[in-house]
Ligand binder design. Structure first.
Ligand code: PDD
Length: 285
């Protein structure tokens, strides 16, 4: 039986009970984080912890255990016997349980905090061969920088992508590519990388930010500038990236084949650099 974290305690999954009056359930009034464990260490856990604390601050959820994110994440791995495996840790904090009312509970109630760990490895075939993206309008709110669990727009678009044989969505807002349903998107034009700048229109992805840093360290030109959807025909490569999938080449977006329709050299170089970066984070090296 899996061990989950619920409101400060580590308990068997089948004993975890959450109220139907929880605001995470009623309103999606809640934030979350997904981190990656590589058989002995986390990938950039400080950045994930910082982003979760920021999501809490932005949503005015005060969680008394916000300083214990790293410790709780590690304990979930160890208690589930995943120390030597590749895994993810999911942590979610809601505004807590209260009779349904749009206003915050007054007096405030304790947030509900829930976490689990599960075995997870990347889809190596997808990383090698690449995939297609489903091109669609970005209907989301204007605070995509907050990692909110209110993901209906992402879920609807992702299902549409899935039904059409695509592995991810390519959201377009005001004619510009923003990001995926659960990833950030990069393009290559004449050996220069392009990605949407950090703003309230995208999530500041931890994978994205590490790719940006890697490009700078390796003298690969990168411009944080959104790519117009009607310029896709003039891009030479594309990839999407996130915690669960790492870097996945994109061969087609909507009806548009990208470049030569196969994983390109810049994408493959970023994959190698990213793999090396993952290994360099192993404290036992
Ligand atoms: N999603 N953009 C969105 C909308 C996301 O949900 C995610 C991550 C990313 C990439 O962020 P990162 O590199 O920090 O994983 C970008 C996670 C994986 C999820 O919801 O499962």
């Amino acid at each position: 039986m899996d061990t989950v974290y619920l409101n400060g305690q580590f308990i068997p999954r089948n004993e975890a009970v959450i109220s139907p009056d929880d605001r995470g359930f009623l309103f999606g009034d809640s934030v979350y984080e997904v981190t990656r464990w590589y058989g002995g260490y986390f990938f950039d856990l400080p950045a994930h912890a910082k982003r979760l604390r920021r999501s809490l601050t932005e949503t005015k959820i005060s969680w008394q255990d916000a300083e214990r994110i790293e410790e709780i994440s590690e304990e979930l791995i160890q208690r589930n016997g995943l120390g030597g495996d590749c895994a993810i840790v999911y942590l979610q904090i809601t505004r807590g349980v209260a009779p349904r009312n749009h206003a915050f509970p007054d007096p405030p109630v304790s947030p509900t905090s829930y976490g689990f760990a599960k075995r997870h490895s990347i889809n190596t075939l997808l990383c090698e061969q690449g995939t297609s993206l489903w091109l669609t309008t970005d209907p989301r709110w204007n605070r995509c920088d907050i990692k909110s669990t209110a993901l209906l727009a992402n879920v609807m678009a992702y299902q549409e992508a899935h039904d059409n044989g695509c592995a991810e969505v390519c959201f377009v807002r005001d004619g510009l590519v923003t990001e995926g349903a659960h990833s950030n998107i990069f393009f290559v034009k004449n050996d220069t990388l392009y990605t949407h700048p950090e703003s309230e229109k995208i999530l500041s992805g931890i994978t994205r930010n590490n790719v940006v840093a890697l490009a700078a360290e390796n003298n690969i030109p990168l411009i944080e500038e959104a790519v117009a959807a009607d310029m896709l025909a003039y891009t030479h490569e594309s990839f999407f990236c996130n915690t669960t999938g790492e870097i996945v080449p994109v061969l087609k977006i909507g009806d548009q084949v990208i470049g030569e329709g196969r994983p390109g050299p810049v994408t493959q170089k970023m994959q190698v650099l990213f793999r090396n970066l993952i290994q360099s984070m192993d404290p036992r090296r």
